[in-house]
Design a protein around this ligand. Structure first.
Ligand SMILES: C[S@@+](CC[C@H](N)C(=O)[O-])C[C@H]1O[C@@H](n2cnc3c(N)ncnc32)[C@H](O)[C@@H]1O
Length: 232
């Protein structure tokens, strides 16, 4: 089992440009506003004047600022958790590929005993910390790629919109199947993106939700909540 940090134990790591204050950048340039279709959750959200292109500088490997937008997978899963708090109530939760932290915040609001939000993008880690504070909930943050690690020491893994690239989707499925085999509940939110391995999953709920990933940023798409068959 991989032991995760508590809400107090890890300071958010900032951009790899050490003199650059990503926390100040977010509070100055993004708007704190209700998440799409989830009025109870506030998120620092990008708008045209945010000019997020400034974040990567000249680094061609800088991660895309996915944490600044609303994704259907996270929205559908956060909505499902808020509507069914027993999924997380009193339990230890990991939000994997947390982005803005929308799913982690929903889990904390629904009464999870502890919540850790993990992401590979250091800027996401700063955004999650700000968003958790803005919603008055405790969320631990973890800047790491857990997909090559043993299953985490939690009861539930929640995954919003992580199946957006083929290779990443393959790695995520292997990891989550291992988590499931270790007795951890796994729930995935996804708008049926092409790399989602639907043959290995069971859809337990579906809702129409907005999706930034449609490239238009308006309108609604059908998104599902999925479990993994332990024998998959
Ligand atoms: C499309 S965004 C979804 C964010 C959030 N879960 C949501 O639904 O709004 C995918 C996120 O996964 C993160 N990510 C990509 N590969 C990852 C990995 N191996 N481990 C953890 N996070 C990862 C990205 O940095 C990004 O923040």
């Amino acid at each position: 089992m991989t032991t995760l940090p508590t809400a107090e134990s890890e300071e958010p790591r900032l951009s790899r440009r050490s003199s650059f204050d990503i926390t100040a950048f977010i509070t100055r340039n993004l708007r704190l506003q209700p998440a799409p279709a989830l009025a109870d959750i506030l998120l620092y959200t990008a708008h045209p004047a945010s000019r997020l292109s400034r974040l990567g500088g000249t680094d061609p490997d800088a991660p895309a600022p996915y944490w600044a937008y609303g994704w259907a997978g996270g929205t559908v899963l956060a909505r499902h958790v808020l509507a069914n708090p027993a999924i997380v109530c009193g339990r230890r939760v990991l939000d994997l590929g947390a982005g803005s932290g929308i799913v982690a915040i929903a889990a904390a609001k629904a009464g999870a005993a502890s919540v850790v939000a993990a992401d590979t993008d250091p800027n996401a880690i700063a955004a999650i910390a700000l968003n958790a504070d803005a919603n008055g909930v405790a969320v631990g943050v973890l800047h790491a790629d857990l997909l090559a690690e043993p299953p985490p020491d939690v009861d539930v893994v929640l995954v919003g919109d992580l199946f957006y690239e083929e290779e990443l989707a393959k790695r995520a499925l292997v990891y989550l199947t291992t988590c499931r085999a270790a007795g951890i509940d796994v729930l995935i939110g996804d708008p049926f993106r092409a790399p989602l391995p639907t043959e290995s999953l069971r859809c337990i709920a579906a809702y129409p939700v907005p999706d930034f990933g449609d490239g238009i940023g308006r309108g609604e798409t059908r998104a599902g909540v999925f479990t993994i068959d332990p024998a998959a």
